[in-house]
Design a binder for this molecule. Structure first.
Ligand code: 3HC
Length: 283
């Protein structure tokens, strides 16, 4: 199946990065947010990324113009009706997704694919509320989506082979390397990453070392680009909590039980970089 027009639902940190990536790869891209202020905030983040790339001479001014022409924003779901492929990147809340998927199923042409960027929620359940479960799969990006090389393609028990092949080809055209994972909570990356991140929080709670020393240790001792607390703030503490809860709910493995400090920071609005405060404070 040929993909020409891509719809991205959600223009937050992930949705915006995904829309940016699709527009940069030459796809006619439409990104939808729930209201105008959120849409404008998301689009201006993308435009400023392109301005920076142009400023650093990583792209030409002609490319910057083309990218902008490829990208359109909307607050109306019906504007996505003629898309060949949708990437859903809304809040990690199953009730929200279960409301959205039947509406999209009703709206989209029968052959359109519907992919979720969820990091750990059950995609089979999302497919089950549509009449096209064979065309539903996961396409999980990593933050920052335009830069990180990997996407996880998630196959549910109902996803067709044809859908997987189309998504693998699509990922390649975005310049990404894809890996294939089953629809189990956390897929590959978060199943391994979440215990590492929440272990760092437990170390801090137990007073085993300071925030800065834990970050420095993992950065310089393991060669990671960011220490765990910098990465937690970057990914978002809310996103980390949702992922930990989803994996814990599936396996009941204490390794994934969210530490009290993480839950309390999220309850008090300390989401990390995006809210200005997490383990570190931001301007
Ligand atoms: N668009 C385009 N380019 C961008 C960008 C964006 N949105 N954000 C960053 N970049 C570019 C910068 O312009 C820079 O390009 P240059 O080297 O050509 O100048 C390059 O990326 C590197 O950025 P910086 O120089 O600002 O900073 P760093 O060298 O420290 O790299 C980083 C930043 C790529 C974020 C690096 O620190 C890193 O890889 N960190 C780890 C990120 C990570 O692990 N992400 C996965 C999180 S898990 C996840 O997302 C899953 C979820 O489900 C929980």
């Amino acid at each position: 199946m040929e993909i020409r027009k891509v719809g991205v639902i959600g223009c937050g940190l992930m949705g915006g990065g995904i829309a940016q990536t699709c527009a940069q790869s030459g796809y006619q891209t439409i990104v939808r947010e729930v209201n105008q202020p959120l849409l404008e905030k998301g689009l201006s983040r993308i435009y400023s990324a392109w301005d920076k790339m142009e400023g650093k001479k990583k792209i030409t001014s002609q490319q910057a113009v083309e990218y902008r022409q490829n990208l359109q924003g909307t607050i109306g779901l019906t504007d996505l009706a003629d898309c060949d492929l949708i990437i859903e990147a809304v809040i990690e809340n199953m009730e929200e997704k279960l409301r959205l998927y039947p509406a999209l199923d009703h709206l989209l042409k029968p052959e359109a694919l519907l992919l979720s960027n969820t990091s750990s929620l059950n995609i089979t359940q999302m497919g089950a509320v549509t009449k096209r479960p064979d065309k539903i799969a996961g396409l999980h990006f990593f933050n920052p989506a335009p830069v990180m090389q990997l996407v996880e393609i998630v196959r549910t028990i109902s996803t067709s082979e044809e859908t997987i092949e189309t998504v693998q080809h699509f990922a390649q055209t975005l310049g990404k390397t894809s890996v294939l994972a089953k629809d189990t909570a956390g897929f590959i990356v978060n199943f391994l990453l979440i215990p590492y991140l929440i272990s760092a929080i437990r170390m801090l709670e137990n007073g085993m070392a300071t925030r800065d020393d834990i970050d420095t240790a993992m950065k310089l001792g393991c060669g990671y680009p960011m220490g765990p607390f910098t990465l937690l703030d970057y990914v978002g503490l809310d996103t980390t909590l949702w992922a930990a809860e989803a994996i814990y709910n599936e396996y009941k493995d204490p390794l994934y039980a969210p530490p009290p400090l993480l839950r309390r920071m999220v309850q008090s609005g300390q989401y990390g970089k995006k809210s200005g405060k997490g383990f570190y404070t931001y301007e």
